[in-house]
Ligand binder design. Structure first.
Ligand SMILES: NC(=O)c1ccc[n+]([C@@H]2O[C@H](COP(=O)([O-])OP(=O)(O)OC[C@H]3O[C@@H](n4cnc5c(N)ncnc54)[C@H](O)[C@@H]3O)[C@@H](O)[C@H]2O)c1
Length: 252
């Protein structure tokens, strides 16, 4: 790969952890595709990266839509020449205790996290296998280990770990590494919405989480971006099938 500019496709990258990851990969000299539901929101994130001297393009793509995913990935390869790194980051929560959880809450969370990661990985590997090179980084969560009110999310995030191990086995012979990061509490709109649901201000919610975290702080998108950048790099080429918890030492 020496000399060739790599291309990364980051889902859910309009904001939060995905935007932070895209900015970090761009700072490393990688051309990044900012893929998210809303192309307008993607554009603001891509423009900020370009203003900082990076290469980024914005792309509207719902990861649960098979045709959209296949078209988006093919478009990226046609425009930028390859797809070397896929970061499956798009996510949603629909928290509720089991007895109040609707089938729609269940299906939505399964669809975005699991179907989304499956569809994007399948589309990306078509190009990666041909190139005999690829890095896929999935997004699990500490909630995979169990979290009250998150039966759907927890099941999906542990499912991501099984998907990661299996894709690592299938794709390893083709020069493709597949790993996952499992973030702890990261300050994004997702955790700000959780604070609101709990009747706390974001600052109160963050302070409570920091107090029970061994490193005594909550995480920022950059904390996850750093781990993703390592797993997506050639320094991690003998690491595959792993889930790296990036949580300040707190397992819920
Ligand atoms: N914030 C945390 O504390 C935390 C902890 C563990 C894991 N995670 C995971 O990290 C990832 C990013 O979370 P975040 O905190 O940045 O959340 P966020 O809500 O700030 O951002 C998620 C992004 O995903 C996009 N998205 C949602 N559905 C999509 C779809 N169908 N297709 C394309 N894009 C879609 C949203 O539009 C949004 O821009 C998620 O997978 C989340 O589950 C977050």
């Amino acid at each position: 790969m020496s000399g060739k500019r790599r291309v990364a496709f980051v889902t859910g990258a309009a904001r939060g952890i995905g935007a932070g990851t895209a900015a970090r990969l761009a700072a490393d000299g990688i051309a990044v595709v900012i893929a998210d539901l809303d192309e307008t929101a993607c554009k603001a994130t891509a423009d900020a990266i370009v203003a900082d001297g990076g290469t980024a393009i914005a792309l509207g793509c719902n990861v649960t839509d098979e045709a959209q995913v296949d078209a988006a990935v093919d478009h990226v390869v046609a425009e930028l020449g390859s797809l070397d790194i896929l970061v499956n980051n798009a996510g949603v929560t629909r928290d509720n205790l089991l007895f109040k959880m609707s089938a729609d809450d269940w299906d939505t969370v399964m669809s975005v996290h699991l179907r989304g990661a499956f569809l994007c990985s399948r589309a990306a590997q078509r190009h990666m296998v041909k190139a005999k090179y690829g890095k896929i980084v999935n997004t699990s969560s500490v909630s995979a280990l169990g979290n009250r009110g998150q039966a759907n999310y927890s099941a999906a995030k542990m499912g991501i770990q099984g998907l990661t191990r299996t894709l690592a086995i299938e794709l390893g012979p083709f020069g493709i590494n597949v790993n996952a990061v499992a973030p702890g509490f990261i300050v994004t709109e997702m955790t700000i919405a959780t604070a609101e649901r709990m009747g706390l201000t974001p600052e109160e919610h963050q302070a409570k989480a920091a107090a029970i975290t061994p490193v005594r702080r909550v995480g920022q998108p950059e904390d996850i971006a750093n781990a993703v950048a390592f797993l997506a790099s050639d320094q991690a080429s003998f690491i595959t099938g792993q889930t790296l918890y990036v949580d300040g030492g707190r397992r819920l």
